[in-house]
Design a binder for this molecule. Structure first.
Ligand code: BTN
Length: 261
């Protein structure tokens, strides 16, 4: 057992996020378990945590490698919101992770659209938000968070090593995983409360303050095409606005960015 739920419970300062935790040593994917639990009427704020995932997944149908020592967790939420507002939850989650890592370990963290947290330009955390929609209504939202914590990059496939980092790689020691989880869940709850109060501007402003790629030239890979442009801003729904060389602007709801400066 790597992660100790009792220790989390003894330190947790939230009101409802993580007040119920389902812990597993090994799962397929915490997001998959969270979906099952959400359908079985799990309370909002319930968290699924695993030491390792055999079929962790990322955005755009990518595989997410989840070795022991990482923080792999999913939060079940049941907000009454419109589907187009969900990207703001993902932005708020990246801000919460970036704040957590910065506060606990004094590392300079950045966020990158749509869902990454970076240290030294390398990915330290990925977020996968999945929602279940019935008609116009959202039944539940699962926010899956993967933080590369207590493992070195040599346990990852070689092609990932140049773009990824981990807390252990950066700090040369293991961090307290339970403390990391507690601080993150508290940060998350605070941001989610702002979201529920529809303080989208405040959430967006905080995220922007950590978005080092804004104003830079980026290569955008969307599902249709790849193009170069300047990352201008995100709009009120979390969509990225990119300006092409000819001045034309594009609004992106999903895709991948590489900074080219
Ligand atoms: C991405 O960067 O593409 C998102 C990665 C999200 C990974 C986390 S780990 C916990 C949760 N369970 C999953 O299968 N994925 C998310």
């Amino acid at each position: 057992m790597m992660i100790k739920v009792e220790k989390i419970m003894s330190m947790l300062q939230t009101e409802y996020v993580g007040r119920e935790i389902h812990y597993f040593q090994k799962v397929t994917s915490t997001n998959a378990i969270a979906k099952e639990e959400a359908k079985k009427n799990a309370k909002a704020g319930t968290v699924i945590i695993a030491d390792t995932q055999t079929r962790g997944h990322g955005r755009l149908n990518r595989k997410w490698i989840s070795p022991k020592g990482g923080v792999w967790l999913s939060i079940i939420l049941k907000p009454t919101i419109a589907a187009e507002e969900t990207p703001i939850i993902t932005l708020a989650t990246s801000t919460a992770v970036a704040n957590t890592i910065h506060r606990l370990h004094t590392l300079k963290t950045e966020v990158k659209w749509p869902n990454d947290v970076l240290v030294n330009g390398r990915k330290i955390c990925g977020i996968l938000t999945e929602s279940s929609i019935e008609g116009e209504n959202i039944k539940f939202i699962i926010v899956g968070v993967g933080i590369n914590a207590n493992f070195n990059l040599d346990v990852l496939p070689t092609d990932l090593r140049s773009t990824t980092t981990s807390l252990k790689q950066l700090l040369r020691e293991n961090v307290d995983l339970e403390r990391l989880i507690c601080v993150f869940l508290k940060e998350f709850e605070e941001h989610y409360e702002l979201f529920k109060k529809r303080r989208f501007d405040a959430l967006r402003d905080e995220w922007r303050g950590m978005a080092g790629f804004l104003g830079k030239n980026v290569e955008v890979m969307s599902f249709r095409e790849t193009f170069m442009g300047k990352a201008l801003d995100i709009d009120e729904n979390g969509a990225l606005i990119v300006e092409l060389e000819n001045g034309e602007r594009r609004r992106l709801l999903s895709g991948d960015l590489t900074v080219r400066e």
